[in-house]
Design a protein around this ligand. Structure first.
Ligand code: PMP
Ligand code: G9A
Length: 415
């Protein structure tokens, strides 16, 4: 299909590059988005994209609620909405944040965004001046790097271990910067079932991070799309729930608890910050898709979200177990991986010297795709890692995919 669209283009006549702004010339395509194109149309077992499984989409409920949205709220649902979002939905989200996470609504305002991805871009717009220092995890969500990069910050990377961001190393870095009279603007973290790492930041580190934010005066951008996808272990409160100074901006989304096609997400935080984000959003899209927001509101109000979360957990839990078992069974010595308690990803580290980007084509030719880890590092310095998704493909395909991948890695190790 894509090819037919491309077929309409004529032979190049313009010197296209001449017209682009410097910023546009600096933009790079997201590996994930490009990989999706590749895998969309082929027989390849894709452990690459971070796609929820369509079998989890509550289609019957959505059909019913979509009808209701038009019949009962049609005038609002089909009209332009406010930039901040559909208020009944904002109230439902506020109530959920209070109920599930103990985040007091009296202390936050909520703005709806067109996916958390837009929230990330708006954060960049509102907080980053060229040259500002921002901290990201290493590795981190590659499309966050892509969003922030546009605003030309200096990235500071802090490594992860099994308990999330190495907050001790962050502290060292902050001290060092302070001695040079410098400070950071914010820390961007995905503390729960991190993308791509799969790991979760311990409660001790969350508290310490907040203490550091206060001591060194910076903000925390907490991205929580996977919070509800826990398959084992104990819940850890969002950093926002522990925030007494209003330093945390919390991003949540319906992408993984309803369906990503809705493009409905939210950012919760100090009203002053939300106001600026709202002004920034005005020029981007005026408002988020209103009918999606109305359906999402009915979905929460009707109690469907509360029913859906355990279903999603039950659906993904065995998939994670299958992937971990297959890795155990097939991967050669020297390959290591994280053991997540939830989320959508396992992070694999191969022996030094293997470049997963160079290996990618070979893997694809054997019918398996992953995301080369390099793209998840702001400085792209780490070559021997990869991210595997376990939510999208069928159970048997997970095993087959890992088997194929293990073969490719073994050959690479021999070579
Ligand atoms: N943040 C992280 C960490 C993600 O993994 C994703 C999606 N994979 C997003 C943000 C964007 O989500 P949304 O669909 O809400 O734009
Ligand atoms: O389709 C996307 O780009 C969202 C998925 C993100 C990811 O794979 O991390």
């Amino acid at each position: 299909m894509e090819e037919r669209l491309k077929g309409k283009l004529e032979a190049p006549t313009l010197n296209y590059e001449e017209y682009f702004s410097q910023k546009a010339l600096g933009m790079k395509a997201s590996e994930i988005r490009e990989l999706l194109k590749l895998v969309e149309s082929s027989e390849i077992i894709s452990l690459a994209g971070g796609l929820p499984n369509p079998e989890t989409f509550p289609k019957d409920i959505i059909t019913e609620l979509a009808k209701k949205a038009v019949q009962e709220h049609g005038d609002a649902a089909l009209q332009y909405g406010t930039t901040k979002g559909y208020t009944p939905l904002r109230l439902e989200i506020a109530e959920m944040l209070r109920k599930r996470y103990d985040i007091p609504i009296s202390k936050v305002d909520i703005m709806i965004t067109s996916g958390s991805q837009q929230g990330l871009d708006l954060v960049g717009r509102v907080f980053i001046d060229p040259g500002d220092m921002i901290v990201v995890e290493a590795p981190t969500y590659l499309a966050a790097i892509q969003s922030f990069k546009y605003y030309e910050p200096q990235f500071i990377q802090i490594p992860l271990d099994d308990e999330g961001m190495r907050v001790d190393l962050l502290e060292e870095k902050l001290r060092e910067l302070k001695a040079q009279g410098k400070k950071i603007k914010f820390v961007y973290t995905i503390p729960t079932f991190q993308n791509p790492g799969g790991v979760t930041m311990s409660i001790e580190r969350r508290k310490r991070l907040l203490e550091l934010a206060s001591e060194y005066d910076f903000l925390i951008i907490e991205d929580g799309p996977y919070n509800e996808l826990r398959y084992r272990g104990e819940d850890v409160p969002p950093i926002k729930a522990l925030d007494t100074e209003g330093r945390v901006l919390y991003l949540g989304t319906f992408s993984k608890i309803l369906a990503p096609g809705f493009r409905v997400a939210w950012v919760a935080g100090e009203p002053h910050f939300i106001r600026k984000l709202e002004i920034a959003k005005q020029s981007v899209d005026l408002c988020t898709n209103v009918i999606s927001q109305v359906i999402a509101m009915e979905y929460m109000k009707g109690g469907y979200l509360d029913e859906q979360i355990p279903k999603i957990r039950a659906f993904y839990k065995p998939k994670l177990e299958i992937m971990l078992r297959a890795l155990e069974e097939y991967m050669p010595e020297g390959v290591k991986w994280t053991k997540p308690e939830g989320g959508m990803f396992v992070w694999v580290t191969l022996p030094e010297g293997i470049d997963t980007k160079a290996m990618f084509e070979k893997a694809v030719s054997r019918g398996v795709a992953y995301v080369p880890g390099e793209a998840f590092f702001a400085d792209r310095s780490v070559k021997n890692t990869m991210r595997l998704n376990f939510t999208y493909v069928d159970d048997e395909k997970i095993v087959e995919g890992i088997k194929r991948l293990a073969e490719v890695i073994k050959e690479e190790l021999k070579a």
